[in-house]
Design a protein. Structure first.
Length: 94
């Protein structure tokens, strides 16, 4: 989940609500309270959007680690025999 007070979320909300902020501060054609409400709604929408995009891209929790197989009479993982190193070359069969 994205941090709601991160710079990216605040910048996105500012960009989305910039026409309302411009109309309230520069033109004076919109009440400042209305522009603030539009900014808060844009902030919530941008935060949820970034959180959803972040959870779609995050695959760390979906992959289950593979559990080693175990034999019926052995507790724990399957025992593995170490490889043997030989000095003589392998002989051809046949």
């Amino acid at each position: 989940m994205s941090n709601p007070f991160s710079g990216l979320v605040l910048l996105g909300a500012g960009l989305v609500s910039s026409p309302a902020i411009y109309a309230a501060v520069v033109d004076g054609t919109l009440a400042l309270e209305t522009a603030l409400v539009r900014f808060l709604v844009a902030w919530a929408v941008v935060w949820v959007g970034f959180s959803v995009l972040g959870s779609i891209g995050d695959t760390s929790g979906s992959a289950q680690p593979e559990v080693p197989r175990s034999l019926p009479a052995v507790d724990g993982p399957v025992p593995v025999r170490p490889a043997e190193l030989r000095d003589d070359p392998p002989t051809a069969v046949g």
